[in-house]
Write a protein that binds this ligand. Structure first.
Ligand SMILES: Nc1ncnc2c1ncn2[C@@H]1O[C@H](COP(=O)(O)OP(=O)(O)OP(=O)(O)O)[C@@H](O)[C@H]1O
Length: 432
């Protein structure tokens, strides 16, 4: 056997699961249920599953804002058609998160809306333009809606600590509008601040024809799904109950479903066998599923393997990211690697994606069982994340490994759409 052949054989044995997928699905299902009952940091219910489109009033417009990282996106969305009438984005250059940070963002958004005719000046109209504002905020918030940590290059200041994101954004709007009322003749009510996995889930529920599980495979791996309210332990029921209007009586609630942000990255401690090249610090043990499936960690594992077998030099100059892994799985143009090793390197990248796809197929089937196998013969998955979106091989392998049909649907603009949908669903409780 060639050296290449024996490396592949060794890696196949180390990487490809020997357990049949049905066993892994069972184990994942048990772990999901146990975390739902006991974990204080994952599987947290976020909101009731929406079921009433009838409340929607087509005359209302929503301004949706997506705070996801260094690029801020916003859109004017009309419902119930869920149409983006206008959208724009800009880079955030200021990274200290204080009131100036928010004021600058809000000023920029208002200016762009004014330049495009969505906000009128006092000269142009006698009627104040009203907006409901919804926000997707992809940084950790506590149950009160206060920022816990920022990360992604942002520096949080004490000014933020006692306030909720909703209060901070509302007061920025008030300040910017009152300082520029001639120019921005409008009134704004900040309604909902949700996180990105809930946004994806809400977008999935309204954009996809069938009920869906939502999945994120980008930098990280996450999913969101629904369970009956009655399944929740008291310590998860009570905080959610406090966020609901008083007309939700206990008996009605037990028939409702809730969206659970399931943080599936944590799953797999006793199921996934991590190899030394999978270890990127303690986080790998804490989040095994994320470690082997996400665009952040999988490329680093590939790098470790290539270094271990001396297929690249220690000082290899190219950064290992999701894009590179996807190119390797497709064996597209080789601009970085030794020609002789290239086919082997591509094969190793494919093995890593195959392992990732096996476990993603297993977790989706486990979630499908928990949520009641709604579609019987197939699972509909609304997903986001560049790592999965740009890898046809990853998508194909997920389908290949699943025992039942998996339909993957990319949800474009889901952070903006989901935020708008959250506000629409709660709108009967809000006044501008
Ligand atoms: N063209 C591409 N092909 C494959 N992977 C890509 C591509 N572009 C980016 N990625 C990978 O996708 C990941 C980023 O995903 P995404 O663009 O969804 O960002 P994100 O919002 O930061 O992710 P998350 O929602 O998990 O925080 C990175 O790991 C990156 O390496």
């Amino acid at each position: 056997m060639t050296i290449e052949g024996s490396i592949v054989r060794e890696l196949v044995a180390l990487l490809l699961p020997s357990n049949p997928i049905a066993n892994v699905v069972d184990l994942f299902q048990e772990e999901l249920l146990s975390r739902l009952q006991t974990s204080e940091i994952s599987m947290l219910p976020q909101c009731l599953v929406p079921d009433e489109r009838s409340r929607w009033d087509p005359n209302d417009r929503i301004l949706a804002i997506d705070f996801g990282g260094t690029r801020l996106k916003f859109a004017i969305i009309s419902l119930p058609q869920i149409v983006i009438e206008f959208n724009d984005a800009f880079e955030l250059t200021y990274n200290v998160v204080d009131s100036t940070f928010f004021n600058e963002i809000i000023y920029k958004i208002c200016s762009k809306l004014a330049a495009n005719g969505y906000i009128k000046s006092k000269n142009e109209t006698s009627e104040v333009t009203k907006f409901f504002v919804s926000v997707t905020f992809s940084f950790p918030l506590n149950s009160k809606g206060q920022v816990v940590a920022m990360g992604k290059g942002f520096v949080m200041t004490h000014a933020l600590e006692a306030l909720t994101v909703k209060e901070v954004i509302q007061s920025s709007f008030q300040r910017i509008i009152s300082e520029n009322i001639e120019e921005f003749f409008c009134a704004v009510k900040v309604c909902d601040v949700i996180n990105d996995s809930i946004a994806v889930s809400l977008a999935g529920k309204f954009v996809c024809e069938h009920d869906s599980i939502s999945l994120i495979v980008g930098t990280g791996t996450n999913a969101c799904f629904e369970v009956p309210y009655g399944y929740l332990p008291p310590f998860k029921k009570d905080p959610l109950r406090e966020t609901l209007p008083p007309n939700y009586i206990k008996e009605t609630l037990n028939f409702k479903h809730v969206l659970v942000n399931s943080e599936i990255g944590f799953i797999g401690k006793d199921v996934i066998t991590l190899q030394p090249f999978d270890i990127h610090g303690q986080i790998s043990y804490e989040m095994p599923l994320e470690c082997i499936t996400s665009g952040k960690w999988l490329p680093l594992t590939l790098k470790n393997i290539l270094l271990q077998y001396n297929l690249i030099p220690q000082d290899f100059p190219k950064e290992f990211d999701g894009e590179l892994v996807c190119q390797l799985t497709e064996s597209s143009i080789n601009s970085w690697f030794n020609d002789q090793h290239y086919p082997l390197i591509c094969q190793i990248a494919r093995l890593l994606i195959k392992r990732a796809a096996f476990y993603i197929a297993a977790i989706l089937q486990a979630i499908d069982i928990i949520t009641g196998c709604k579609n019987y013969n197939f699972i509909h998955v609304g997903y986001v994340g560049s790592f999965l979106q740009h890898s046809t091989f990853y998508q194909e392998q997920i389908k290949y490994y699943s025992d039942i049909d998996i339909e993957l649907q990319f949800l474009n603009h889901s952070n903006l759409l989901g935020a708008a949908i959250a506000t629409y669903l709660n709108k009967s409780d809000k006044r501008l």
